[in-house]
Write a protein that binds this ligand. Structure first.
Ligand SMILES: O=c1[nH]cnc2c1ncn2[C@@H]1O[C@H](CO)[C@@H](O)[C@H]1O
Ligand SMILES: [Zn+2]
Length: 367
């Protein structure tokens, strides 16, 4: 019998219909676009104006081992995203790039408060981004929901939460808080989360990335987060001394029992020091224990990655097959902030048939 390799290749993974829940708009610009926009908008702070060198610079500068230093690189992307035209272009190209990678549904986030330096109002920022995504959806057959993010060290979360509600029928599907985690617990923004809950709105919280269990506990039990951005440190509440019978603490058990989605971003976690390597990333254990794990990019520019690449790295490290990749994808679709009907349609009409086709091809014996 012919030897068969069932391991999905990068090329085949790119063709699979994928779902992405955690991707930052200001972490995914094309280097060429940054250079163009810097020139158009008079931003003079770039470390280099050669797109190839700039790509390398972002990746290297992001390999710092600390979230705070990792976040410093956003000065340049945010720096060139201060006009409506720039925001619309970046959003359009984001949709185009994700569609080219085979993503069929994505939730892309950004912090409107960071884009008002040249005089745009918060609603103008949101509308410019939505315009870019709408054009990208129309031209590239991808569905994109926006999450508006509040910066956790600032004090504008209530205003941003109000934006999430105001634009909920125009493409904004949820809210998030991001930025340095240590020293800025999610409970600082409790009023915003309580407001969103009263409005029946959805939100995720970056938690358990650079800080441990207390941050995850607050995000879920005080703030009521629907999902966790990263959440890798939930591993601290699991005793895996006996590999065959890991013991879950109360918080880890709660997260698993309630099927709280974990938006895991493997490469980003290595760059910020939240995990040592892909092979040692908690995603391996969490997947085995059937947590509601999803796979994400976080920042495609800073991590030099795509959703297909993240999945392929996991295939190589954990020997995952198509069933695992479909499981991550269905998990993500189930956890999306769009309505149940639309999620179901994508699962049954797009994801399952798409994976079935790839699995069938992968199963053909080699001639
Ligand atoms: O992994 C992360 N953890 C915390 N904050 C982040 C991460 N990636 C990006 N941002 C922050 O989110 C803002 C809005 O998109 C970015 O400007 C960056 O400061
Ligand atoms: Zn993030």
């Amino acid at each position: 019998m012919a030897v068969m390799d069932h391991r999905p290749t990068l090329d085949a993974i790119q063709r699979a219909p994928k779902v992405l829940l955690h991707d930052h708009l200001d972490g995914g610009l094309r280097p060429e676009t940054i250079v163009d926009l810097a020139r158009d908008e008079g931003y003079t702070g770039l470390p280099t104006t050669d797109p190839d060198n700039l790509r390398v610079w972002f990746e290297e500068a992001s390999n710092s081992g600390s979230l705070e230093r990792y976040l410093e690189t956003f000065t340049h992307t945010v720096g060139v995203m201060q006009s409506a035209e720039a925001l619309t272009r970046v959003a359009y190209e984001c949709a185009e790039d994700l569609a080219a990678d085979g993503v069929v549904y994505a939730e892309v986030r950004y912090a409107p408060e960071q884009h008002t330096r040249s005089g745009l109002t918060l609603p103008q920022v949101v509308e410019a981004v939505l315009e870019g995504f709408k054009a990208g959806e129309r031209d590239h057959g991808i569905r994109i929901g926006t999450l508006v993010t509040a910066m956790r060290h600032q004090a504008r979360s209530m205003e941003i939460a109000e934006l999430a509600v105001r634009y909920r029928d125009d493409g904004v599907v949820g809210f998030d808080i991001a930025g340095a985690e240590a020293g800025y617990p999610p409970t600082r923004h409790l009023d915003a989360f309580e407001y969103l809950q009263r409005e029946n709105a959805h939100f995720t919280i970056h938690a358990g990335e650079a800080f441990g269990l207390p941050s995850i506990w607050q995000a879920i039990q005080w703030c009521g987060a629907d999902r966790l951005g990263h959440g890798v440190r939930i591993i601290d509440d699991i005793d895996a001394t006996d590999e065959d019978a890991p013991v879950l603490g109360r918080l880890a058990a709660y997260v698993r029992d309630k099927r709280i989605p974990l938006e895991m971003c493997p490469t980003s976690n290595i760059q910020t020091g939240a995990a040592k390597s892909i092979a040692e990333h908690p995603i391996g254990l969490l997947r085995r224990l059937h947590f509601r794990v999803t796979v994400n990019t976080d920042n495609r520019l800073m991590s030099g990655t795509s959703l297909s690449r993240e999945l392929h790295k996991l295939v190589e490290a954990f020997d995952y097959g198509w069933d695992d990749l479909q499981w991550f994808t269905v998990n993500a679709m189930k956890s999306a902030f769009i309505g149940f009907g639309e999620r179901l349609e994508l699962i049954n009409g797009v994801i399952k048939p798409g994976f079935a086709q790839l699995k069938w091809r992968g199963a053909r014996p080699l001639a």
